[in-house]
Design a protein around this ligand. Structure first.
Ligand code: MEV
Length: 285
């Protein structure tokens, strides 16, 4: 029997979601949660070891490993649909597991991006780029895409889970349909990314940039009252800046903090799932 294993991280976007789909840069970082895939060769159709398999997941698996020949086991500690890159992490882990099983060295970014398109229609590629590279990344959808690894800053942040999922494909399509009316907002988000890259090691300067990014995400129509309530909770409990992270419509809020304790306590008392994240240097892919 031939076997293979692959793992890839999830991500959080610091600044620049949605605008990145339309050519602006974005800053994102890998988190210490992700997806692990194990493959074992079998005679017969490719199957996924789960009680029920979403047709898109089956299509993604078959796109990478083929319709026959593999038993696929998945495990993930990423919340699905929360803006943390669960589908890109799955796609890259699948490609790595297949490469491991077959001894091939394929282009994980290109192959996983094809899988992301099955899930989300027209992704920018930022989620896949972070899943491949790890660490902190500046990404821009140029041709070919620009992927610049950055030194990890030393701040920490709190993630607040809204408890509901957003539909990335639908949100990306809705933002696209609002152009060109929202183009000034998208361009301003790009400027915030440039400023955030300069201020990456200075949380006091970075915080207000996150706040302005949140206001622009509200203006382009991807925030929700629940996300805004969590942003407000974060700001009342010491956040230097806070914004939704990912596609919005649900998902998570990212709050930059000096001391996570007051916000974690406030979140716990309101029954909000919250945890600390720290950007870490990228592991060699
Ligand atoms: C999703 O994590 C980020 C979006 O900008 C979509 C994308 O870049 O593919 C909303």
């Amino acid at each position: 029997m031939t076997t293979g294993t692959g793992r890839a991280s999830g991500k959080l976007i610091l600044v620049g979601e949605h605008a990145v789909v339309h050519g602006e840069p974005a800053l994102a970082f890998a988190v210490d949660r992700g997806t692990t895939v194990h493959l074992a060769s079998v005679d017969g159709p490719t199957t996924v070891d789960l009680p029920s398999v979403d047709p898109r997941l089956q299509a993604a698996v078959e796109h990478v490993v083929g319709p026959t020949g593999w038993r696929v086991s998945l495990s993930s500690d990423l919340p699905v649909g929360r803006g943390m890159g669960s589908s890109a992490s799955l796609a890259v882990a699948l490609v790595r597991a297949h490469d491991d099983a077959t001894g091939a060295h394929t282009d994980a970014y290109a192959r996983a991006l094809e899988v992301e398109r099955l899930f989300h229609g027209t992704p920018s590629g930022v989620d896949v780029a972070v899943a491949v590279a790890g660490g902190v990344l500046r990404f821009q959808r140029t041709d070919p895409p620009t992927r610049q690894s950055l030194p990890a800053p030393s701040w920490q942040a709190v993630v607040l889970d809204s408890g509901s999922a957003g539909d990335t494909g639908a949100l990306v399509a809705a933002v696209g349909a609002r152009r060109p009316g929202i183009d000034p907002q998208l361009r301003r988000i790009g400027e915030l990314v440039e400023a955030a890259q300069q201020a990456l090691d200075d949380p006091q300067a970075l915080g207000p940039l996150l706040d302005e990014n949140q206001a622009l995400l509200e203006a382009i129509g991807v925030s929700t009252p629940r996300l805004e309530a969590l942003v407000g909770l974060a700001r009342r409990h010491g956040a230097l800046g806070a914004k939704l992270s990912g596609a919005g419509g649900g998902g998570v809020v990212l709050a930059l903090v000096d001391d996570p304790a007051p916000l974690l306590a406030a979140a716990a008392s309101e029954g909000v799932d919250a945890w600390v994240v720290r950007p870490a240097p990228g592991a060699p892919a």
